[in-house]
Ligand binder design. Structure first.
Ligand SMILES: [Ca+2]
Length: 114
Protein backbone atom coordinates (compact mmCIF):
# COMPACT_ATOMS: atom_id res chain seq x y z
CA UNK A 1 0.00 0.00 0.00
CA UNK A 2 1.40 3.37 -0.95
CA UNK A 3 1.78 6.30 1.39
CA UNK A 4 -1.15 8.71 1.33
CA UNK A 5 -0.80 11.87 -0.73
CA UNK A 6 -0.38 14.87 1.54
CA UNK A 7 -3.77 16.25 2.42
CA UNK A 8 -5.68 13.07 1.52
CA UNK A 9 -8.04 11.76 4.16
CA UNK A 10 -6.63 8.55 5.59
CA UNK A 11 -9.63 6.50 4.46
CA UNK A 12 -8.50 6.78 0.83
CA UNK A 13 -5.84 4.16 1.49
CA UNK A 14 -8.32 1.57 2.70
CA UNK A 15 -8.34 -1.46 0.42
CA UNK A 16 -11.77 -2.50 -0.80
CA UNK A 17 -12.62 -5.87 -2.22
CA UNK A 18 -15.77 -7.58 -3.34
CA UNK A 19 -16.74 -10.54 -5.44
CA UNK A 20 -16.45 -9.15 -8.96
CA UNK A 21 -17.79 -12.39 -10.41
CA UNK A 22 -21.08 -12.15 -8.51
CA UNK A 23 -24.03 -12.38 -10.93
CA UNK A 24 -25.30 -8.98 -9.88
CA UNK A 25 -23.35 -6.13 -8.40
CA UNK A 26 -24.84 -2.90 -7.24
CA UNK A 27 -24.46 0.02 -9.66
CA UNK A 28 -21.76 1.71 -7.58
CA UNK A 29 -19.75 -1.52 -7.42
CA UNK A 30 -20.10 -1.87 -11.20
CA UNK A 31 -18.96 1.72 -11.75
CA UNK A 32 -15.93 1.34 -9.47
CA UNK A 33 -15.00 -2.02 -10.95
CA UNK A 34 -15.27 -0.55 -14.45
CA UNK A 35 -12.96 2.33 -13.54
CA UNK A 36 -10.37 -0.02 -12.05
CA UNK A 37 -10.53 -2.23 -15.15
CA UNK A 38 -10.22 0.81 -17.40
CA UNK A 39 -7.20 2.10 -15.48
CA UNK A 40 -5.52 -1.30 -15.54
CA UNK A 41 -6.15 -1.68 -19.27
CA UNK A 42 -4.29 1.53 -20.11
CA UNK A 43 -1.67 1.51 -17.36
CA UNK A 44 1.64 -0.22 -17.85
CA UNK A 45 2.73 -3.01 -15.54
CA UNK A 46 4.01 -0.46 -13.02
CA UNK A 47 0.52 1.00 -12.59
CA UNK A 48 1.00 4.28 -14.44
CA UNK A 49 -0.63 5.67 -17.58
CA UNK A 50 1.78 7.43 -19.95
CA UNK A 51 0.69 10.49 -21.93
CA UNK A 52 0.21 8.58 -25.20
CA UNK A 53 -1.79 5.87 -23.44
CA UNK A 54 -3.92 8.53 -21.73
CA UNK A 55 -4.64 10.08 -25.13
CA UNK A 56 -5.43 6.63 -26.53
CA UNK A 57 -7.83 6.04 -23.62
CA UNK A 58 -9.65 9.33 -24.29
CA UNK A 59 -9.85 8.51 -28.01
CA UNK A 60 -11.31 5.08 -27.42
CA UNK A 61 -13.35 5.47 -24.27
CA UNK A 62 -15.16 8.74 -24.93
CA UNK A 63 -17.78 8.70 -27.68
CA UNK A 64 -19.28 12.18 -27.32
CA UNK A 65 -18.08 14.14 -30.41
CA UNK A 66 -18.17 17.47 -28.57
CA UNK A 67 -15.87 16.13 -25.85
CA UNK A 68 -13.62 14.42 -28.43
CA UNK A 69 -13.27 17.72 -30.28
CA UNK A 70 -11.84 19.23 -27.09
CA UNK A 71 -9.07 16.64 -26.91
CA UNK A 72 -6.24 18.30 -28.80
CA UNK A 73 -2.51 18.12 -28.17
CA UNK A 74 -2.74 21.48 -26.40
CA UNK A 75 -5.69 20.58 -24.15
CA UNK A 76 -4.15 17.18 -23.45
CA UNK A 77 -0.90 18.80 -22.31
CA UNK A 78 -2.90 21.18 -20.13
CA UNK A 79 -4.99 18.37 -18.66
CA UNK A 80 -1.96 16.20 -17.98
CA UNK A 81 -0.17 19.13 -16.40
CA UNK A 82 -3.05 19.60 -14.00
CA UNK A 83 -3.63 15.87 -13.37
CA UNK A 84 0.01 14.91 -12.90
CA UNK A 85 0.25 16.23 -9.39
CA UNK A 86 3.62 14.71 -8.59
CA UNK A 87 5.00 15.83 -11.99
CA UNK A 88 6.47 12.44 -12.87
CA UNK A 89 4.96 12.51 -16.38
CA UNK A 90 2.51 9.71 -15.70
CA UNK A 91 -1.02 9.31 -14.32
CA UNK A 92 -1.28 7.04 -11.30
CA UNK A 93 -4.51 5.65 -9.83
CA UNK A 94 -5.00 8.60 -7.46
CA UNK A 95 -4.52 11.12 -10.27
CA UNK A 96 -6.81 9.05 -12.51
CA UNK A 97 -9.60 9.05 -9.93
CA UNK A 98 -9.25 12.82 -9.56
CA UNK A 99 -9.69 13.08 -13.34
CA UNK A 100 -12.77 10.87 -13.28
CA UNK A 101 -14.17 12.83 -10.35
CA UNK A 102 -13.67 16.07 -12.25
CA UNK A 103 -15.38 14.66 -15.34
CA UNK A 104 -18.24 13.36 -13.16
CA UNK A 105 -18.76 16.81 -11.67
CA UNK A 106 -18.74 18.38 -15.17
CA UNK A 107 -21.42 15.94 -16.37
CA UNK A 108 -23.44 16.54 -13.22
CA UNK A 109 -23.44 20.29 -13.81
CA UNK A 110 -24.23 19.95 -17.54
CA UNK A 111 -27.18 17.73 -16.71
CA UNK A 112 -28.40 20.31 -14.17
CA UNK A 113 -28.27 23.09 -16.80
CA UNK A 114 -29.90 21.03 -19.59
CA1 LIG B 1 1.90 11.49 -11.70
Amino acid sequence: MSAPIKGDPSWTDISLSWDQTAPTMARLENAITGLVELFNEYADCDGYIAKEDFKDMLDREISNPEVKAEVTEETLDKALGALDRDKDGYIDIKEFTLCVGFMTRCLYHVDKVA
